[in-house]
Design a protein around this ligand. Structure first.
Ligand code: ZN
Length: 407
């Protein structure tokens, strides 16, 4: 006969979930997932364009405070909620970006279509922020004492030209105290992002004399020059292994239909799984835009210095990769096994890039539920299955922080 003690599970996650304090946290998630959805809608309906996250941040700060977190706002505008563990010198950081890619005047009111919620930013990163709020609530209800200190953060500057300034400041502040970082980005619990894709964001601008469309015809045109460069670069082959991508995301220039513009600007996002390939792409982009400018000068028979080209960096995202045998991956996989959740390892470009590039264990995961259409006005979110994502996060965070048996 098996002795009773041997029948008690040896699986650490099962043991943790059976602990009465953790069980209270898990039960809170089941009871409060509709409330978490309400908070997601509320946060999504507060516009948070890049460099304009403060108002949404204040709403998150109040939710953190209501969950008993020790709240502060740092100099970049990050909203930080700390839950002290026995060891204040060892930190698990869970961060979700506050900002969206949408300009301030975008209609961000949430509409419903059956079980779906529709609004720009509802998934990216409404789902991540909602998961932060849900995690704070479950931790508060559980009253679990942890070994490590748990820090929740709504951070600024992940999207667009934010250049990861929020997560940079957080990683800088906690430094060597960081035991692990979890970035919450988007919905879904079906992946663990363990590799950060490197990216370069570059602005190219061409200026020229400009003039009247009729009387100054033949003056080199900065818009035409940029267009020539875009066509040149786009005709280059971009590799699939390592996977690399490019996007001409913004083009600006000119003042009226019958004026030769004096300025044209293009903003480009380059990404690659490989840092050397990214450097090659960047060099090729600069060459192509330069050649486009020269082609325009030659076509108009203008003086060599009739157009001036300038490049400006809009942000650099370092690459990084978590080793497959990292204890952080093992912990999340253990939680997935316990929950019966299947997940795959993924590569992406998120807040996790920064800690990964510095050798700090980091992943990005979704906050739960389903979503799509990210970075488009058709973005949607469906809260079905949110509980799974929240329990996954809660169990992973408590496992990583460790329960403090001395208290
Ligand atoms: Zn995002």
């Amino acid at each position: 006969m098996t002795p009773l003690s041997a029948r008690v599970s040896e699986d650490p996650v099962t043991k943790l979930a059976d602990d009465s304090r953790c069980a209270r946290g898990l039960a809170w998630i089941d009871k409060n997932s509709a409330w978490v959805t309400e908070q997601q809608i509320r946060l999504t309906e507060i516009p948070a364009p890049e460099f304009g996250e403060a108002r949404r941040g204040r709403a998150l700060r109040d939710l953190f405070a209501a969950s008993g977190l020790e709240v502060r706002v740092d100099k970049t505008g990050n909203i930080i909620g700390e839950r002290a563990g026995a060891d204040r010198g060892s930190v698990i950081l869970i961060a979700a970006h506050l900002d969206t890619v949408f300009p301030a005047d975008t209609d961000v009111r949430v509409k419903r279509d059956g079980s779906r919620l529709l609004a720009p930013g509802i998934s990216d990163n409404g789902a991540g922020l909602a998961a932060l709020v849900g995690l704070a609530g479950a931790l508060a209800e559980s009253k679990v004492s942890t070994g490590k200190t748990i820090v929740l953060a709504g951070d600024v500057g992940e999207e667009g030209e934010g250049n990861l300034r929020g997560i940079r400041e957080l990683v800088d502040f906690y430094g060597s105290h960081l035991a692990a970082v979890i970035a919450l980005d988007g919905p879904s619990a079906d992946h663990i992002t363990t590799q950060g894709i490197a990216s370069q964001r570059i602005e190219a601008s061409i200026t020229g004399p400009g003039g009247h469309s009729w009387s100054d015809f033949g003056t080199p045109n900065p818009i035409t020059a940029i267009a020539r460069g875009i066509v040149r670069f786009s005709s280059l082959a971009v590799g699939s292994d390592p996977r690399s991508t490019y996007n001409f995301g913004v083009i600006e220039g000119g003042t009226s239909v019958n004026s030769i513009p004096s300025r044209a600007v293009v903003k480009v996002d380059l990404r690659s799984e490989d840092a050397r390939e990214l450097a090659r792409l960047e060099a090729a982009l600069r060459e192509a835009i330069e050649a486009g400018k020269n082609e325009e000068i030659a076509a108009t028979r203008a003086a060599r210095d009739a157009l001036e080209l300038n490049f400006r960096s809009l942000g650099t995202r370092p690459a990084g990769r978590l080793p497959e045998d990292s204890p952080l991956i093992a912990t999340i996989r253990g939680v997935d096994r316990y929950l019966g959740n299947t997940s795959r390892l993924e590569k992406s470009s998120t807040d996790a890039n920064l800690p990964l590039s510095l050798g700090i264990p980091a992943v990005a995961v979704g906050g739960g539920g389903k979503g799509g259409g990210s970075h488009t006005p058709e973005e949607w979110y469906d809260p079905a299955g949110r509980e799974l994502g929240l329990k996954r996060l809660f169990l992973a965070v408590v496992s990583l922080a460790g329960t403090d048996r001395n208290r």
